[in-house]
Design a protein around this ligand. Structure first.
Ligand SMILES: [Fe+2]
Length: 285
């Protein structure tokens, strides 16, 4: 079983790197850590970077997960190959681009690229974002799934994730105490469905709500509160149609707890306990 230690980064292609960087810094509230002609590295916390925009095809999405050490990475690569998932071992220049000691990549069953990473770079500098959005760190992704039951079996069976709750067929999966770090939403597509950053509190959610509206950024859902994770949330649209989320107050499920996952029906009240209605295709009932 592969032990995922934490979610680490998202890498996404864009046809307009300048526009994406402008959004990420001036609207979303990340720090531009490094930039060249091919890529922009953005920080949200004390790690080297947690989001990369690349001069690459727009639906080219990669999610990086950290494993504990290089030995665990080798073990994971062997297990994936044995289970029929071809693995690419990162070359020295690819490791340099990702700012990691070592990584392997493969495609999860729906088709998104997953990097497993050992010893990613940390930063000695404090994160200094260009907008005070209150971000405390990159925290989770929604992934499209073309088969929720198959992909739930992959993430729980191969990668040790645990189901925290279901909304309809969509499992919310945890890899540590945080209620979910991965959520799988049925679709005909594959790749990243939304990108979550945690913020300090509800004041940040509401400040951003008014700020984003002033900036003309489409609000897609919220402000609201998830009855599953209890997190207060705000979803909005970023470059190339990507959905971004701020949230705060996510429930923690201790390792030794006797928590049992709950089945929520696929209806608006399962996504928001305050009555907000989503304008996000995968959340619409
Ligand atoms: Fe989310």
């Amino acid at each position: 079983m592969i032990a995922l230690y934490d979610i680490r980064y998202v890498r996404m292609g864009t046809p307009d790197l300048d526009h994406a960087v402008n959004f990420a810094t001036r609207v979303l509230g990340l720090e531009l850590a490094a930039r060249d002609t091919q890529a922009a590295y953005l920080r949200s916390d004390d790690r080297d970077h947690t989001l990369v925009y690349l001069d690459a095809p727009v639906h080219d999405h990669t999610v990086g997960f950290e494993v504990k050490n290089p030995a665990e990475l080798d073990k994971a690569a062997g297990e994936l190959e044995a289970a029929g998932f071809p693995v690419h071992a990162g070359t020295p220049s690819e490791c340099e681009q990702r700012r990691v000691r070592a990584f392997v990549s493969f495609r999860e069953p729906s088709g998104a690229t997953i990097d497993l990473i050992a010893q990613p770079w940390h930063s000695g500098r404090p994160c200094f974002p260009s907008r005070p959005a209150g971000i405390t760190g990159f925290s989770h992704v929604g992934l499209y799934t073309t088969s929720p039951s198959r992909d739930q079996a992959f993430w729980t069976g191969m990668c040790g994730a645990k189901v925290s709750d279901w909304i309809g067929d969509a499992p919310l999966l945890r890899i540590d105490e945080v209620h979910h770090k991965i959520a799988l939403f049925p679709s005909t597509r594959h790749g990243v469905q939304h990108i979550n950053h945690q913020v300090t509190g509800v004041d940040d959610i509401m400040r951003s709500y008014y700020f984003l509206r002033e900036q003309g950024v489409p609000i897609r859902f919220g402000p609201g509160r998830h009855p599953t994770s209890y997190a207060t949330f705000l979803y909005f649209e970023g470059p190339d149609g990507m959905t971004y989320e701020y949230s705060t107050g996510v429930r923690l499920i201790p390792e030794d707890s006797d928590y049992r996952p709950r089945q929520f029906p696929f209806r608006p009240s399962s996504f928001c306990m305050w009555g907000s209605k989503p304008d996000i295709p995968e959340f619409k009932t």
